[in-house]
Write a protein that binds this ligand. Structure first.
Ligand code: GAP
Length: 448
């Protein structure tokens, strides 16, 4: 719960890449500025037709590795709105704050801990123009029902984690799981960040992928190390290069009051190293707090040892939107092809928004029929794009830019040989494959 640190800077970072990603996102429909027709809602973003697929694939891969492929983790989808008691117990009402300063000269607001020089306003250049720092709570507050005021306050959750702690006994009693076991959740969280920025890196509304892993206290260090390693590997496995990823253990003075160990998985963004995910050893802090504040018994009875205990918690907490951005940045490539520069997103197949695009060489009626038959075969298996106009070279480039691994081209020969051309994104190699073998051919290459 400690405020996030400012990212380190690194001179080798490529700042032009960021502009290219922002530009591509808008141009191809990954990410749009929210409420753009009204001038835009600052630091809030909408995920367009391609972005929603990429973000969904990131979340699906997380769910697959954290829930589907394990027997010791179950899922949850808890409410976004919660009463103040939850956040009194968690400590968010008292402690989830950033130090806010106002410039008396230009009225801009800053997070004091993110200023290079705490006496100099980066907006107007004023010296010693800042007010005293005050603790600004990052939670969004609203009210339930038509009446405002005490007794009706509710908060938008600033993390998904509390839902796992408040439901710990419900899950324990309904699933027959026992420690070590985890509860995983993907969902929106909200923080009234003072200085959102760097595109979707820090926004006020974002998605998290969090898992609370409950373990016998004596085993917590071993599980902490296990999850640090697992989570680092997850990004590598999905295509983040090793020289752009690091696992950084927090120094003692960075640790939250409840944590006996935290490591961040960090990515080398164009502006420097930034956090993708934190893995924390939270001890029994959360279950103890909720037991005390609710008056409920929150513990595990170990029948074999005939003893009760409060499990300790290891928490890998990732940002889905940040992860998506790191996959985009890593995949972006430009290469010279003849006189042309080809932009290609070398995304892992599992993350690619569309797996296949079906492209008739011409929009003439006789080619549309075979295309529709092919679509009927592919659509139940893969997200498939269909694009019928423009020169075929331009259509290939469009698919390269959104990371589509395979293009299937239907031409006039198809009418005779009942075959299509399959073009592979990275090598641009083309092979002729009978339509009857198309699904098998793609399955062999796309199924992880
Ligand atoms: N339950 C622990 C927790 O929420 P956190 O480090 O504050 O820990 C976890 O958040 C992850 O959520 C971060 O590593 C980051 O990827 C993502 N995240 C946090 N604040 C964010 C923001 N304002 N915008 C986008 N992602 C954010």
């Amino acid at each position: 719960m400690a405020p996030e640190q400012s990212p380190d800077t690194d001179a080798s970072a490529d700042s032009g890449l960021m502009d290219k990603i922002v530009n591509l996102s808008k141009r191809r429909g990954f990410v749009f500025q929210s409420a753009e027709i009204y001038g835009g809602f600052r630091s809030t973003y909408d995920y367009g037709p391609i972005g929603v697929l990429l973000l969904r694939n990131v979340k699906d891969q997380w769910w697959r590795s954290m829930v589907q492929m394990r027997h010791d983790v179950v899922g949850l989808d808890a409410a976004i709105l919660a009463p103040p008691q939850v956040f009194e117990a968690s400590g968010h009402l008292a402690n989830f704050t950033d130090p806010l300063v106002d410039c008396r000269n230009c009225n801009e607001r800053f997070r004091e801990d993110q200023l290079d020089d705490p006496s100099l306003c980066p907006n107007c250049g004023g010296k010693d123009t800042f007010t005293e720092a005050r603790a600004f709570n990052l939670m969004f507050k609203t009210h339930a029902g038509p009446v405002e005021g005490a007794g009706h306050d509710v908060y938008l959750r600033p993390e998904t984690a509390q839902g796992m702690f408040t439901n710990f006994m419900n899950v324990l009693n309904t699933t027959r799981k026992k420690p070590p076991f985890g509860i995983a959740q993907i969902g929106k969280s909200f923080r009234n960040e003072i200085t959102p920025g760097n595109f979707v890196f820090r926004t006020r509304e974002f998605e998290q992928m969090e898992m609370e892993f409950f373990v016998p206290p004596a085993d917590s260090q071993q599980w902490y190390e296990y999850w640090c390693n697992e989570r680092y590997q997850w990004y590598i496995d999905l295509g983040i290069p090793e020289d752009k990823l690091r696992l950084r253990a927090h120094d003692a003075d960075e640790l939250s009051h409840y944590s006996s160990g935290t490591s961040d998985v960090e990515y080398l963004f164009p502006w420097g190293w930034g956090e993708l995910e934190g893995v924390a050893n939270r001890g029994d802090y959360d279950l103890t707090q909720h037991a005390e504040h609710s008056g409920e018994r929150i513990e595990f009875f170990d029948q074999a040892a005939n003893e009760k205990y409060k499990p300790h918690v290891i928490e890998p907490a990732a940002g889905a939107t940040r992860a998506m951005m790191s996959f985009l940045l890593s995949a972006y490539d430009e290469e010279q092809v003849g006189d042309d520069t080809r932009t290609v997103l070398r995304l892992d197949h599992r993350l690619a928004p569309y797996k296949v695009a079906v492209l008739p060489l011409s929009k003439k009626e006789e080619l549309i029929g075979p295309c529709e038959e092919i679509l009927a075969q592919l659509q139940p298996r893969y997200m498939t794009d269909y694009d019928i106009t423009q020169a075929i070279g331009k259509r290939y480039r469009r698919q390269d830019e959104i990371g589509t691994p395979y293009c299937v081209t239907v031409d006039f020969d198809t009418l005779d040989d009942k075959a299509v051309t399959i073009r592979e994104r990275d090598s641009m190699e083309q092979v002729r494959v009978p339509i009857a073998e198309l699904v098998t051919h793609l399955d062999e290459r796309l199924t992880a």
